[in-house]
Design a protein around this ligand. Structure first.
Ligand code: IPM
Ligand code: MN
Length: 361
């Protein structure tokens, strides 16, 4: 197959980790007889420097004309980078929110898996980590607090800021359907996370998710309040299969879920629209403190590329091959600094990429 991939390397460690994911994709192409054509595009701080804005309309159009988008990370140090002196709508993050909205990427899939080889890096007690876990957070990505009305104004002489949490039933229904669909392919359990004891948007969320569940009788549905969920994630992460939740809750809970795997450098993500089109990026940020040092962990980006093969290109055998290659590199004892433990071999970002690319079969 011939596929066109829009590539956004971005800022910080983005260029390093995406280069390694491309190395792995090239190895897949060679072994499986595909051809991947890359269209490299700017977004975030590098786009601000080149074009004055974090995302241009041309970049959006070129992403739309590709079969999928592979992304690294955007942004810089928020206290020292000049990008953060700009008004909010011109900062790197605004580019990311705009691309999600422009491409209609409402479903953000963030798998969180405890690799047995990395159990030592899990900060939880051994009696908890010993059970392992494999969950998928389905975060709503184009609604809620992020995209409701924002304003800051003086009201009766007092500075006042407002962010609005708004959802309509259609936005809730389509993300709930995605959650139940993937649950059918996994362990058939959905935990819907909300704050229905306080928020109207959550009460509607709960009602619509319950309605959708009626079409999936094989899937067990459980509702959980977000504060309790934050606690359950560290108490008993093995209880979760698919978790579905609104944008802001999902942002926070997915960072928590990544931390208990030992390193955010291992976590892939996919952001999808209604079709097979998606944007694939690691869950972690641009890590400006280690940028340019060939130290970053490229595995999350490589696993994101595997998700692209699986979800956008229907290449499940190839996706399995990438995941197996990651396991092989870990089993052979290779580690980047973030997942290093005693007795293992430290490798650089580019060495890890090469090891995984060579292990594709
Ligand atoms: C994420 C990030 C973004 C978000 C930021 C960079 C806008 O934290 O992808 O989780 O909050 O969605
Ligand atoms: Mn986040």
């Amino acid at each position: 197959m011939n596929k066109k991939i829009a590539v956004i390397k971005g800022d910080g460690i983005g260029p390093e980790i995406v280069t390694e994911a491309m190395k792995v994709l090239d190895s897949v192409a060679e072994k499986y007889g595909h051809s991947f054509e890359y269209d490299q595009l700017l977004m975030g701080g590098c786009s601000i420097d080149a074009n004055g804005v974090p995302l241009t309309d041309e970049t959006i159009e070129r992403c739309k004309s590709a079969d999928a988008v592979l992304m690294g990370s955007i942004g810089g140090d928020t206290t020292t980078s000049p990008w953060y002196k700009l008004p909010p709508e011109l900062r790197p993050e605004a580019g990311l929110l705009k691309i999600r909205k422009s491409l209609g990427l409402f479903a953000n899939l963030r798998p969180s898996v405890l690799y047995p080889q990395l159990a030592g890096a899990c900060p939880l007690k051994e009696e908890i980590s010993a059970k392992g876990f494999d969950m998928l957070i389905m975060r709503e990505l184009t609604g809620g607090l992020y995209f409701g009305e924002h304003k800051t104004e003086e009201v009766d002489g007092v500075m006042t800021a407002v962010d609005t949490l708004r959802y309509d039933e259609n936005e809730i229904r389509r993300i709930a359907v995605k959650a139940f669909e993937v649950a059918m392919k996994r362990s058939r359990k959905v935990t819907s996370v909300d704050k229905a004891n306080v928020l109207d948007s959550s009460r509607l969320w709960r009602r619509v998710v319950t309605e959708v569940s009626e079409s999936y009788p094989e899937v067990e549905l459980e509702h959980m309040l977000v504060d309790n969920c934050a606690m359950q994630l560290v108490k008993d992460p093995a209880q979760f299969d698919v978790m579905v939740t609104e944008n802001m809750f999902g942002d926070i809970l997915s960072d928590e879920a990544s931390m208990i795997t030992g390193s955010i450098g291992m976590l892939a993500s996919a952001s999808m629209n209604e079709t097979k089109f998606g944007l694939y990026e690691p869950s972690g940020g641009s890590a400006p403190d280690i940028a340019g040092q060939n130290k970053a962990n490229p595995i999350a980006t490589i696993l994101s590329a595997a998700m692209m093969l699986r979800y956008s290109f229907d290449m499940s055998e190839e996706a399995d091959a990438v995941e197996n290659a990651v396991n092989k590199a870990l089993n052979s004892g290779y580690r980047t600094g973030d997942i290093m433990s005693e007795g293992m071999k430290t490798v650089s970002c580019s060495e890890m990429g090469s090891l995984i690319a060579q292990a594709i079969d």
